[in-house]
Design a protein around this ligand. Structure first.
Ligand code: NAD
Length: 480
């Protein structure tokens, strides 16, 4: 059986104590490879390699760094088919999605920051007749990058690319749930000729390998994407050490639909924003609020479409809904569906595990689920489910929908559907979320700040925001 290896100091290596974890294909339920169960010793080796590589990498010049990042992007493009297949098998997502979104976006991340670092300028401030201040921005050192399972290579590269572009070296830990494409990326980095120790990838469990990275005294900055509870633990560890911390956490996003929207466009997009990647995108709109005059029309049309969605083998070209990522996650989502019923919700469609035939008989599949009749303050409407489950709630006024939309502890993304321009701005400005889409969803410009308010995160990724995070500013004041 394939054993994934760590990537440390330019080499693929086994974990020090030779311990491995099972890697399960969620569409079949079968173990298909083994993941290093790395410990603090493996992290120590990786941090040392990264620390040793830092002086050369941070001073080799942006052209050299940009060239290498572009080479990695080229190799990702050249290996699109292999990477997309690996992502689909590892995660359960439809192969078509991995091919059209995850892997192309991973190469875009490297290309974007290869270019971004060449346009990254720092500020100068003139004190008229007195002094000039200029801000020098330098790489910080060894960056710890920790990522989740829902968009494995896409989110892993979203951290690594800006960290490296800015001149940091990196110790990264992909999630233990979907480690395969990070492993393939390490092979790509070797082929691209990335100098030894510049990027190190340590596989393993969060509370063990991940925790060791966060605790390490020689890792002064941590970029983390994952759940809010994990984010709290990380922050508690990092705060007394005064580490720089970027946290991209959970969401419970509102999708606000006004009666004057372009109904067909809204309906098509709302299917995607509800169920893309089996609802396992932090940006999915899981709470759908519909203005009362079109509530029944929406409900009928939406449920009709959802019932037709094909849950199937992720490798089948017709599959729109693949497997959820793991058995524990499937059970968590099914638990929330049960809770919704206990809380008085009515299941309009779905609500059950789906059993497939053949190779996928042991897989973790859930029918896309639509629920109505719940109070906006109940647990189903407050807690992140992170699966193919949405709730429908009618509203009568802007004020009412804003109260409901803003009623959770989260504030990551919101979607607004209306043709009234003034209302679009008015509502957008009052929704407490870091990202607002009007009449669209997941339309991403990599230059824009990305991140959440409230318990959805601290700091922003994207564009120059990430380059600012991955550099340390120093002000130099020169008297005239
Ligand atoms: P998770 O928090 O369980 O794990 C994320 C990563 O943290 C994994 O690599 C894990 O091994 C590691 N980890 C766990 N405990 C750790 C510890 N004590 N120290 C260091 N590392 C540790 O999250 P998940 O289940 O993999 O991902 C799903 C969550 O991620 C959802 O809440 C989702 O909303 C969120 N997410 C947020 C964004 C965003 O941009 N805001 C994007 C994608 C996913």
């Amino acid at each position: 059986m394939l054993k994934i290896e760590n990537y440390i100091n330019g080499e693929l290596v086994a974990p020090i104590d030779q311990q491995y974890l099972d890697n399960i294909n969620p569409a079949t339920g079968q173990v298909y490879s083994l993941i290093p169960d790395s410990n603090a010793g493996d992290v120590e080796k990786a941090v040392k390699a990264a620390k040793d590589a830092f002086p050369d990498w941070s001073t080799c010049g942006i052209d050299t760094r940009a060239k290498l990042l572009n080479k990695i992007a080229d190799l990702i493009d050249q290996n699109l088919e292999e990477l997309a297949l690996a992502e689909s098998i590892d995660n359960g997502k439809p192969l078509s999605l991995a091919k059209s979104v995850d892997i192309p976006r991973a190469s875009s991340n490297f290309r974007f920051y290869a270019s971004g670092i060449q346009h990254f300028a720092s500020e100068a401030h003139f004190m008229e007749g007195t002094a000039i201040n200029y801000t020098k921005r330098s790489a910080v050192g060894v960056a710890g990058c920790i990522s989740p399972w829902n968009l494995p290579l896409y989110l892993f590269s979203w951290k690594i690319a800006p960290a490296l572009a800015a001149g940091n070296t990196v110790v990264a830990k992909p999630t233990e749930v979907t480690p395969m494409t990070a492993y393939l990326l390490s092979k790509i980095c070797i082929e691209a000729g990335l100098p030894n120790g510049v990027l190190n990838i340590v596989h393993g469990l969060g509370h063990k390998a991940g925790q060791a990275i966060v605790e390490h005294k020689d890792v002064p900055l941590i970029s983390f994407t994952g759940g809010t509870e994990t984010g709290k633990k990380l922050a508690a560890t990092a705060a007394p050490m005064f580490k720089k911390l970027s946290l991209e956490l959970g969401g419970k996003n509102p999708n606000i639909i006004f009666a004057d929207c372009d109904f067909d466009d809204m309906l098509k997009t709302t299917i995607r924003s509800s169920f893309a990647n089996q609802g396992q995108i932090c940006l999915c709109g899981s709470r759908i609020f519909i203005e009362r005059p079109i509530y029944e029309k929406f409900k009928k049309a939406f449920v009709e479409k959802v019932e037709k969605m094909h849950v199937g083998d992720p490798l089948d070209a017709n599959t729109k809904m693949g497997a959820v990522v793991s058995e524990p996650h499937m059970n968590k989502v099914l638990g929330y569906i049960k809770l919704a019923q206990e809380e008085g919700g009515t299941i309009l469609c779905g609500g059950n595990q789906v059993s497939l035939q053949g190779d996928c008989a042991g897989g973790f599949f859930i029918a896309p689920t639509v629920i109505e009749g719940l109070d906006y303050q109940c647990r189903t409407n407050q807690e992140e489910i992170f699966g193919p489950v949405v709730t429908l709630t009618p509203f009568d006024s802007e004020e009412e929908v804003l109260t409901m939309a803003n009623a959770t502890a989260y504030g990551l993304a919101a979607t607004i559907w209306t043709q009234d321009l003034k209302r679009a701005h008015r509502v957008a400005h009052q929704v407490k979320s870091g990202i607002v889409w009007v009449n669209c969803w997941l339309l991403r410009d990599l230059r824009t700040p990305f991140g959440g308010m409230k318990q959805s995160g601290v700091g922003r990724e994207g564009g120059f925001e990430a380059l600012r995070f991955f550099t340390e500013p120093q002000n130099v004041c020169i008297k005239l």
